[in-house]
Design a binder for this molecule. Structure first.
Ligand code: AQP
Length: 334
């Protein structure tokens, strides 16, 4: 059975990277699989919680982004991770089988903990184990994510295999990552070598789904480029990270190939290219933002969608947890 699971942390405004690298692919896939679970991973958000964060609001905003992008609540369960307590339970259990050596290799922990590794919290370190639990709890077969989650997905696959081997069972299917499309890693508009990210302090580093058309034009106009004109071929984008990123975004949002884009703008400066890129973004992104604002006016409706999604998720997770506890040998509750 094909069961898709993925999620986004409610840590800020959903941006073009989240959309192109993840949500847009989910929308296409939801009709191809038998079951879809799209989670708002609020427990993961606690690992980097800021004083200014409003988790409840951000959680609803992510739910609105899913629906406005085209996730159909009648076809896919949309729910908050914290509304299904089994995620935390399985996270603990898997943590007892995750060798520290595996966790020490995780590059995201190194990046996010930065120079102050000793001050980083245990949750940030254990993040990939909870992510493995998110996936294995539902026996998800496919996990569509952006490129940055590849390593965590590999850990989830290793943990599934290690658990199955340890208990001589085939309880967990080994989940397949789906990292596809022309924008698996969208870069910052201010620095073509850094990932576009919600936590970047510069608003001009990203396009948010709720940006107005004016903001989109402003951000694209100010997007960093270099002094060279656009090249004739994609090979000419090598070692030009900002130009490459903008061409990739153009290709992903318009459906035109990078080769055709280069051929069309060859030798031109960035102004007409940026104008057309902004037009494409406004056409695709602005309606999503408008729909999100509309959905966020009726939070009770959003909460109903989240409650219905949590109901589906809790029932499935409860059944699997009984199997998991039994395989481990924990005394079952009567
Ligand atoms: N820049 C990106 N390009 C392509 N895909 C991306 N994703 C995130 N950034 C990009 C994909 O979006 C999904 C949800 O990611 P997340 O928000 O849960 O965590 P993240 O990867 O840590 O995203 P951010 O924006 O960088 O958040 P912060 O700043 O809070 O850490 C995932 O499938 C991810 O691959």
């Amino acid at each position: 059975m094909h069961r898709i699971l993925s999620g986004i942390r409610p840590t800020g405004d959903i941006h073009l990277g989240n959309y192109l690298g993840a949500v847009r692919n989910w929308v296409e896939m939801q009709h191809l699989s038998q079951q879809n679970l799209f989670c708002i991973v609020d427990l993961h958000a606690l690992t980097t919680l800021q004083d200014t964060d409003n988790l409840a609001d951000h959680t609803r905003t992510v739910a609105a982004a899913y629906i406005a992008s085209g996730i159909d609540p009648n076809k896919s369960a949309i729910f908050a991770q914290s509304h299904v307590p089994y995620h935390a339970e399985l996270g603990w259990i898997l943590g007892c089988f995750a060798p520290l050596g595996w966790l020490n290799r995780m590059t995201q922990f190194k990046e996010k903990a930065g120079k102050h590794k000793e001050l980083a919290c245990l949750g940030l370190y254990a993040y990939p184990v909870l992510m493995a639990a998110d996936i294995l709890l539902y026996k998800a077969s496919h996990v569509p994510v952006g490129e940055d989650q590849k390593q965590h997905l590999e850990l989830a696959r290793d943990l599934a295999g290690a658990f199955n081997h340890r208990f001589n069972s085939d309880l967990f299917p080994v989940p397949e990552p789906i990292i596809q499309g022309p924008a698996t890693r969208v870069m910052s508009l201010r620095d073509g070598t850094s990932k576009m990210s919600k936590s970047d302090i510069s608003e001009y580093s990203r396009i948010n789904l709720m940006d107005t058309p004016d903001m989109i034009v402003q951000k694209i106009r100010k997007a960093k480029t270099d002094m060279e004109p656009l090249p004739e071929t994609v090979e000419g984008l090598e070692n030009r990270p900002e130009a490459q990123n903008l061409v990739n975004i153009f290709a992903a949002i318009s459906g035109i190939s990078a080769a055709d884009i280069c051929a069309r703008f060859a030798g031109s400066n960035f102004a007409p290219f940026k104008q057309e890129l902004a037009d494409h973004l406004i056409e695709k992104i602005a309606p999503v933002g408008t729909q999100m604002r509309h959905l966020l006016k009726e939070t009770s409706e959003l909460d109903k969608v989240l409650a219905a999604g949590a109901d589906v998720a809790n029932k499935l997770a409860a059944t699997h947890m009984v199997e998991i506890r039994s395989v481990i040998g924990l005394l079952q509750e009567r």
